[in-house]
Design a protein around this ligand. Structure first.
Ligand code: PLP
Length: 365
């Protein structure tokens, strides 16, 4: 399982990603489902994930940056590719050259893209981003409603209306209904445009959140789109680390930098070949855990750059060269995120490049 050249092995199940994509589409009654594959497919590796999703039937992809989109284009020559972060000044020709679609969120972007379309003699497709609550990217609802009658939209090739949910993972939050109502007004003003509203958690907000195109990211990679309820997605990521040493300490001895942990009696400690430089967050010090032979063992002391200390007293006799499960089974990415005081998204996107990566296709079921 562990290759001796590396301390830890990351296993990514491409079959589970494809199954999750199908599951999300099915949840919305077979609606068209895109895939958000920004940040190197949430840390899972665009080069392997994008072709796997294409093979599963996905035809529309969203990334954050032009550079990510160029990489995606090389992998997916025929896909529809949207660039969420919009049009940075002067990048229009590069987008057009690669057949990429910017998600336009301001009048300046819209005019720059429309000018490029005019110069090329054809409207080049793009999406219109309306901000219904994030105050981050996109036209205000009022500005978009004014824009609805403007020929600029057609000149700029706008072929998709979208907005982004503020708190989709909190179904009880009123902001969801407010955003849905604003989006309904926008759709009424722009009836010819297909529309995209739902991220992963949005898919689980019910039919009124579905519109024409789903836009999930996190759930594809095994994250729970319904926090507090059972995770409907299949796990995608598994991380195993090698045990480098096992030692026994007596009561009163400390472990790790700055002696942040003290043994309350005789304990067995295992040192794992994995640390914060691999993307396992230091903020999980004293709160993280790993599974050794199926037994949950707490991480003790401060997490180091390349090493983590585990209290394996309760695990059946682990030895040097054995492995500990860091992400997988009951230690899913949401759980690891909570232990680190963050969210599973940050765990995924932080998965470092020091691991050996194995891609498997699972059962595909
Ligand atoms: C990242 C992102 C998504 C995907 O969100 P998930 O919560 O990962 O499903 C969708 N839309 C926009 C605009 C995004 O930035």
């Amino acid at each position: 399982m562990i290759e001796p050249s590396h301390g830890a092995t990351l296993t990514i199940d491409l079959g589970a990603i494809a199954a999750n994509w199908r599951r999300l589409a099915a949840e919305a009654g077979g609606l068209t489902c895109a895939a958000v594959v920004k940040a190197d497919a949430y840390g899972c590796g665009l080069a392997r994930v994008a072709p796997a999703l294409w093979a599963a039937g996905c035809r529309t992809f969203f990334v954050a940056h032009l550079g990510e989109a160029v990489a995606a284009r090389a992998l997916l020559p025929e896909a529809t590719l949207y660039v969420l972060n919009g049009l940075l000044p002067g990048t229009g020709p590069a987008l057009a050259a690669h057949g990429l679609r910017p998600v336009l969120g301001s009048r300046d972007e819209l005019i720059e893209w429309a000018t490029l379309c005019a110069a090329s003699g054809v409207p080049l497709p793009a999406a219109l981003h309306v901000d219904t609550g994030m105050n981050r990217l996109g036209f205000s609802v009022a500005d978009a409603l004014v824009l609805a009658g403007d020929s600029l939209l057609a000149q700029a090739g706008i072929d998709l209306l979208m907005t982004h949910l503020v708190s989709a993972e909190l179904p009880e939050d009123d902001v969801n209904a407010r955003q849905a109502a604003d989006f309904a007004r926008l759709r009424a003003a722009l009836p010819h445009l297909p529309a995209s509203f739902a991220n992963s958690s949005g898919v689980y907000l019910g039919a009124s959140a579905h519109h024409d195109l789903l836009r999930p990211g996190y759930a594809l990679f095994g994250g729970n789109p319904t926090p507090g309820r059972p995770n409907p997605m299949r796990p995608v990521v598994r991380l195993d680390a090698a045990i480098v040493q096992v030692r026994t300490v007596t009561g009163g001895e400390t472990a790790g930098y700055n002696a942040r942990w003290t043994a309350d009696g005789p304990r067995r400690l295992a040192t794992l070949s994995l640390g914060y430089a691999d993307g396992y967050p230091r903020s999980a010090s004293g709160r993280g855990a790993a599974l050794v032979n199926g037994v949950r063992c707490p991480m003790v002391g401060l997490i180091s750059m390349d090493l983590v200390i585990l209290d394996v007293t309760d695990a059946p006799e682990p030895k040097r060269g054995d492995t500990a499960l860091i992400i997988g089974d009951s230690l899913d990415i949401d759980t690891v995120g909570r232990a680190a005081g963050t969210i599973g998204y940050e765990i995924l996107t932080g998965l470092g490049s020091r691991y050996v990566r194995h891609y498997v296709t699972g059962t595909g079921a």
